[in-house]
Design a protein around this ligand. Structure first.
Ligand SMILES: [Fe+2]
Length: 368
């Protein structure tokens, strides 16, 4: 393993932590600057499927970072692979979970030249994890269409901890408890539905189509809400799918950092606000990412003609934090206590779209 040239003496004449405290040194941000991609900040991306990207020579791709950096835990980035192209292999000492936003392709994963290679074939709506420090190579198998991937990583934590690209991108430790290449069908065997657990958990290595995952009732989170958590290939990061019917909205809630909500189906909007501030509206469609900052209330409203479905990508510590009054990392506003102006806005939006509001009907048949 070769070590990259270091400039430690120059960088750390003053102790790095002192620089960090003075906002003069941030290893993750420094890496982002070197990658020289567009970086979008805030808490909302209208559509990653059409987001403007920049050339990314190191990855032989195009890309952008979604720099919701106030979270300090996990961040998204977008990769676009040109038709028929493959990206250079990479390994990294941080976790990554990937939603396929568009296109079709394959990802090959392996530990070293002596271990079997496994290949995942993906398309729009697939979900998979890149096991920690596993070699991987993405290929676009379409000869005519680009492919877009939305990834969540915990790279900010890794950069804060290690700072050294030689360790982060060039270590050869194999975490075989996460990916055992000797299990020949590791990525092909069916997942296990553990529905007796909180909200239902799908334990799997690969989800071919998020829209086909079986869901279980979770009306505690909103009228008619269906849910399923997904744990992937031993990753500490995870995902969950939520679906709620036509003419309904979920309950407002808040929690800690790190959740990135990617819309799969329908149209609608999310209201987001901090205590004492006016709620702000963020309209969504397939491809939208909403990432509520820590402690921000947020509430998802379906105004489209089909059930709304999203997948939320989570860092391992996403639901902790000061908002955890009930001991489960979640604080909620029941419908009886919501702001009536927000319900009126919803009724008006549904009327404009010709959608019938079904809150009472769905709530009265909901016994889960
Ligand atoms: Fe949330």
């Amino acid at each position: 393993m070769t070590q990259p040239e270091r400039k430690t003496e120059i960088e750390f004449k003053t102790h790095s932590y002192v620089l960090y405290m003075q906002d003069k040194y941030d290893a993750y941000r420094k890496w982002l600057e070197q990658e020289n991609l567009p970086a979008y900040d805030g808490k909302f991306i209208p559509n990653v499927r059409t987001l403007e990207l920049g050339d990314w020579p190191r990855r032989k791709a195009r890309g952008a970072f979604l720099e919701f950096r106030d979270q300090n835990v996990s961040e998204c980035y977008v990769t676009e692979i040109a038709a028929g192209e493959s990206l250079p292999p990479q390994r990294q000492m941080y976790e990554e979970i990937v939603v396929v936003a568009d296109g079709q392709g394959a990802t090959t994963l392996w530990w070293d030249e002596n271990s079997p290679r496994h290949t995942i074939e993906w398309h729009r709506g697939s979900l998979f994890a890149i096991p920690l420090n596993c070699n991987y190579e993405h290929i676009n198998t379409s000869g005519s269409q680009p492919a877009r991937l939305l990834s969540l990583t915990d790279a900010p934590v890794t950069w804060d901890l290690y700072r050294d690209p030689g360790f982060i991108f060039n270590s050869n430790y194999q975490f075989r408890d996460r990916f055992d290449p000797d299990i020949s069908d590791f990525y092909k065997r069916p997942g296990k539905y553990l529905t007796e657990y909180y909200g239902g958990i799908l334990d799997t290595a690969f989800v071919s189509d998020l829209r086909e995952v079986k869901l279980v009732p979770r009306s505690k989170r909103g009228a008619g809400t269906m849910n399923m958590y997904i744990h992937l290939a031993g990753s500490t990061m995870f995902a969950h799918i939520s679906e709620f019917p036509v003419g309904t909205y979920k309950k407002a809630h808040r929690h800690g950092v790190g959740a990135h909500v990617y819309t799969l189906d329908s149209t609608g909007y999310t209201m987001m606000w901090k205590d004492g501030e006016e709620p702000q509206r963020y309209d969504w469609q397939e491809g939208t990412v909403v990432s509520p900052p820590a402690g921000y209330w947020h509430q998802h409203y379906n105004t489209g003609p089909i059930p709304a479905k999203f997948v939320a990508l989570h860092a391992s510590v996403a639901l902790g934090g000061d908002a955890a009054k009930d001991g489960k990392g979640l604080e909620q506003i029941d419908y009886a206590y919501e702001d009536s102006a927000m319900r009126e806005m919803y009724i008006e939006e549904c009327r404009k779209n010709g959608v019938e509001v079904r809150m009472k009907e769905v709530s009265s048949t909901d016994h889960s």
